[in-house]
Design a protein around this ligand. Sequence first.
Ligand SMILES: [Zn+2]
Length: 141
Amino acid sequence: MSDCTFCDIVAGRAHGHVVYSDEYVVAFLDISPITSGHTLVVPRRHSSGLADLDPAIGGKIFAAGQRIAAAMRVGAVAADGVNLAMNDGRAASQTVFHSHLHVIPRHSGDKASFAKGLLTRRARDLDSVAAGLRAAIETVP
Ligand SMILES: [Zn+2]
């Protein structure tokens, strides 16, 4: 184990519910999701935040986020919308200092559960959510 949980997931030393990976990024379910299907896209190569993130890799992270967002709309997650967010720095609520893009599925009228999720962030059935999302990612370009 390293001192970075996300590097451990990328390297396979720690378990993550991986839904997508390529040469540059790995995407896995947030273990404390705001909504079911909440996914994190991280660069394979460690960077702690925007200041040390190669902009070209930032583009790869965003592109993966777009594809996952598309999968959330067509697949089992059946999202009506998606929030993409990157928290940079402790003042911006970054809690894991390995750059990551949040991909958060939203449903029409879910404001109450979204707000509740921000407070409670409780995981539900990550295995089946991950399986549904992996299947949907295969269907979108
Ligand atoms: Zn790391």
